[in-house]
Design a protein around this ligand. Structure first.
Ligand code: VAH
Length: 324
């Protein structure tokens, strides 16, 4: 096989990030060299764009056979239980989020895989971390199972890189907003739901309070950051736990105001639930200078640009490009 040719396995390809990352990787590497996998049935947007296999990442033997059979050189592990769902099933969230990563890191070591991608989150930070411009290196005491699993996973990534030379890379994603695929079980999911409700019924009841500022990012920026990180020369990577990554911060009141500029009659109301406590434990803004210095990270979407693109693509508009 051409030594520069990559054979990529995306695990969790039917999730909010997985669908768009799989499509982006297939644009770069060609459809046949990106195998999409998930527990779920193939997402409609992936059909006809490349190979799809049903995979339970908790079955290490099955995963190992698949890696060998398909000559896999890179794995993107996106399967995870997110913050809100994790608080309802702590044991399951810890088991799935941790064991899936250990399986992938072990196989990467045994098979000498070229590169591994595993997403972390700003959820690794807790109430004792600085809430504004949270730095890459600071006090990290997560208070959710999801955050605990992501912080532990970061340590495993650093361990496998240092001890075994596994080239595993990671980003601490903020809340991600997209229109192509649904989010699932996250505390920041309100920022996706609000668009669908604004269009369908002109109103939305938010499960977070109006002034709950959180770090957020539009999915096209998150996908580009992931690909830029994975394409960076190894010599430029100085963070082997997980890079802080930032684009913008906004509150429910702020995004509602931005939507009202397009849908003047849109009304928001508030009924905070258990997810408010999760959100209150996270930073309000992130300092991502290491990502900018090491591999040139720079976001392209701010709140107005994201709102305009989301509404254009959701409101019956064309499938419009996200080229920026
Ligand atoms: C969640 N969307 O809400 C994820 C994300 C920063 C939040 O990790 O759990």
């Amino acid at each position: 096989m051409n030594p520069s040719r990559q054979r990529i396995l995306v695990i969790g390809a039917c999730g909010q990030i997985g669908v768009e990352l799989t499509l982006a990787l297939r644009q770069i590497h060609g459809g046949n060299d990106v195998i999409a996998s998930d527990l779920r049935d193939e997402h409609v947007l992936l059909r006809g764009t490349g190979p799809y296999v049903g995979l339970d990442v908790m079955n290490k033997e099955m995963l190992h056979v698949l890696v060998i059979r398909h000559n896999i050189t890179q794995i993107y592990l996106l399967a995870a239980i997110l913050s809100a769902t994790g608080e309802k099933s702590p044991g399951l969230a810890w088991h799935i989020n941790m064991q899936s990563l250990i399986h992938v890191l072990e196989i990467a070591k045994e098979e000498g895989l070229h590169r591994i991608y595993w997403p972390s989150s700003i959820a690794v930070f807790g109430p004792s971390s600085p809430r504004q411009s949270t730095p890459q290196h600071t006090t990290i005491e997560p208070s959710t199972v999801y955050g605990i699993s992501k912080f532990a996973g970061e340590r495993w990534c650093e361990y496998y890189h240092r001890k075994f030379g596994v080239d595993v890379r990671s980003l601490r994603y903020p809340g991600l907003i997209s229109y192509k695929s649904e989010p699932g079980g996250g505390t920041t999911d309100y920022a996706v739901e609000i668009f669908h409700q604004a269009i369908r019924q002109g109103s939305y009841t938010c499960f977070l309070g109006p002034e709950t500022f959180l770090p957020m990012m539009y999915m096209p920026d998150a996908i580009r950051a992931t690909i830029e990180l994975m394409q960076a020369d190894p010599s430029r990577i100085t963070v082997r736990s997980s890079y802080n990554l930032s684009a913008m911060s906004f509150s429910p009141a702020g995004i509602a105001e931005a939507i009202q500029k397009h849908i003047p009659g849109f009304r928001i109301s508030y009924a905070a639930d258990y997810r408010q406590q999760i959100a209150d434990s996270w930073p309000q803004s992130i300092d991502d200078r290491e990502a900018r210095q090491d591999w040139g990270w720079k976001p392209r979407y701010d709140l107005p640009a994201m709102v305009a693109d989301m509404l254009k693509n959701l409101d019956g508009g064309s499938a419009g490009s996200q080229n920026v």
